[in-house]
Design a protein around this ligand. Structure first.
Ligand SMILES: [Zn+2]
Length: 494
């Protein structure tokens, strides 16, 4: 990114963070205390409303559409789980500390910042040492010499009971799905292929959390593990999406091709994988991400995990550049194999008289990232009559509030009319009632929350039973009969 562009991106990030804090979207956790650790975030009422709507869309357009099942696993899990998954040995980031002030940094990020090149997380420690020296990189805080690179394991360890038995906060939600798989398969009368989903918190002890929601130590994941028979990747439901146009980036070039062509040209290995990529893309579009800001970046062999058969990052173009929203990863039998071996349990299942250890295609999305992306795409600053207006042009289906209602003055029978409208509309929409301050200020507040409509009850309302309906993006106002409000709003939300 060019310098000017970069400054603009950072200033937008800061604008969104201050708006989020000012309007009850999200803010730092434990902020009244000086020992509040960084990388933890609390959501306020508007943030949780946005979050719930995005999660609702995930359930509606992914889980329900594909008849998946959902579980809710515990956040603390046994040590053995992470021995089997490999996290205890390899879930690490490269770390360097300052020889003088002891500040700690991610070695790869320091080199990236200095050189502008992408540095893999999985180089050998000596390779980082060489790069740090070659680029003359010193401590960012005090300028002193840095120590040698080492590996930092990001798992949060906890002690269970008074005997403090070793266990861990999960670093990803998928492990419960793997360890529960055998029970779910036998009790839920399911057949391969089957998507098993989970929404929940995950924890990673990052060296340096940054960019607010984009890299925090506690975050919400929405994951799907599709279990399938590797010999049966041609699936009937592929027909439903075969003409869906996927945007896939391979070797620096984005091409748009139908799911059918993607399989034919072997850009995607099978119908099954292409089907789930299509669902993911359709979900993105349903929550208002424009298609030209979406891409599946096919990872090269050097980038993807060693066990991955194929991997795509589902990325969205924001003002900070392309951000990974979800990892779509064909993990083969790596997970079930690891758990079968460590637990000494047979995790094979029957598929039409054949015993198989299923493969897994994983679609793992960060909900906090999705919230940030939605706000980044919606945020605008514009001049209105010499005054700056900040507005979140969120798609109406994910806006925290659909309609806000104000009486022009808090007397002369106007609040009673407004409250009656509030009560009626509440049954169909998310509605907010406000009566403090000037109408202009109340409009601005709702603009910043992303409320698509504001209704004002004035003296004319008493005479002709109409109100003013103001539209967020155009700021146009029109008079609408109170009786017709519901219909007008419903139509617009659709
Ligand atoms: Zn230092």
């Amino acid at each position: 990114m060019k310098k000017e562009q970069e400054e603009k991106a950072v200033s937008k990030l800061n604008d969104i963070i201050t708006l989020a804090e000012r309007r009850g979207f999200f803010f730092p956790s434990c902020e009244i205390y000086s020992d509040a650790p960084s990388g933890f975030i609390d959501y306020g009422p508007n943030g949780i409303a946005l979050k719930n709507k995005l999660i609702g869309a995930w359930r509606e357009f992914l889980l329900k559409k594909d008849n998946m099942i959902e579980i809710d696993g515990s956040q603390i899990m046994a040590k053995s789980v992470f021995t089997a998954s490999g996290h205890l040995t390899s879930f690490t980031d490269p770390l360097v500390d300052c020889s003088k002030c002891k500040s700690m940094f991610r070695a790869d990020k320091l080199i990236e910042e200095k050189t502008g090149k992408i540095i893999p997380e999985k180089l050998k420690n000596e390779e980082y040492d060489k790069l740090l020296e070659k680029n003359k990189i010193t401590c960012q805080k005090c300028g002193s010499k840095l120590g040698k690179a080492k590996r930092w394991n990001m798992m949060f360890q906890v002690g269970i009971g008074p005997e403090q038995r070793e266990a861990y906060l999960r670093p990803e939600t998928c492990q419960s799905i793997f360890v529960d798989f055998s029970r779910l398969f036998s009790t839920m009368r399911i057949k391969l292929p089957i998507g098993i989903a989970q929404l929940g918190k995950s924890f990673r002890n990052e060296v340096s959390p940054r960019q607010s929601l984009l890299r925090s130590r506690e975050f919400t994941q929405a994951e799907v593990e599709v279990f399938f028979n590797p010999k049966k990747t041609e699936i009937a439901k592929f027909k439903d999406i075969e003409n869906c146009k996927l945007r896939i980036q391979e070797d620096e070039k984005i091409s748009e091709m139908t799911a059918k062509d993607a399989v034919k040209k072997k850009v995607v290995s099978s119908q099954l994988i292409a089907y789930y990529l299509s669902l993911m893309q359709q979900f993105g579009e349903k929550v208002g991400i424009p298609k030209d800001r979406i891409r599946f970046r096919k990872l090269s062999d050097g980038e993807k995990a060693f066990y991955a058969k194929e991997a795509f990052d589902f990325e969205i173009l924001t003002s900070l550049g392309w951000i990974e929203l979800a990892a779509c990863n064909n993990r083969g039998d790596y997970d079930l194999c690891g758990h079968a071996k460590t637990s000494c349990k047979n995790l094979e299942v029957m598929d039409d008289n054949e015993k198989v250890l299923p493969w897994v295609f994983k679609l793992s999305m960060g909900i906090d990232r999705l919230i940030y992306i939605a706000m980044d795409l919606a945020f605008e600053k514009e001049m209105v009559k010499d005054e700056e207006r900040a507005v979140l042009k969120l798609p109406a289906n994910i806006a925290p509030i659909h309609v806000a209602i104000f009486p022009l003055v808090n007397k002369d029978g106007l609040p009673e009319i407004a409250q009656k409208i509030h009560k009626e509309l509440k049954e169909s929409f998310d509605v907010f009632y406000d009566f403090s301050g000037s109408i202009g200020k109340m409009y601005r507040r709702q603009d910043e929350i992303g409320t698509p409509f504001c209704i004002t009850v004035d003296y004319q309302s008493k005479d002709d039973k109409t109100v003013t309906l103001r539209e967020r993006d155009s700021m146009k106002q029109k008079r609408v009969k109170i009786d017709e409000l519901k219909e007008v709003i419903e139509k617009a939300l659709r």
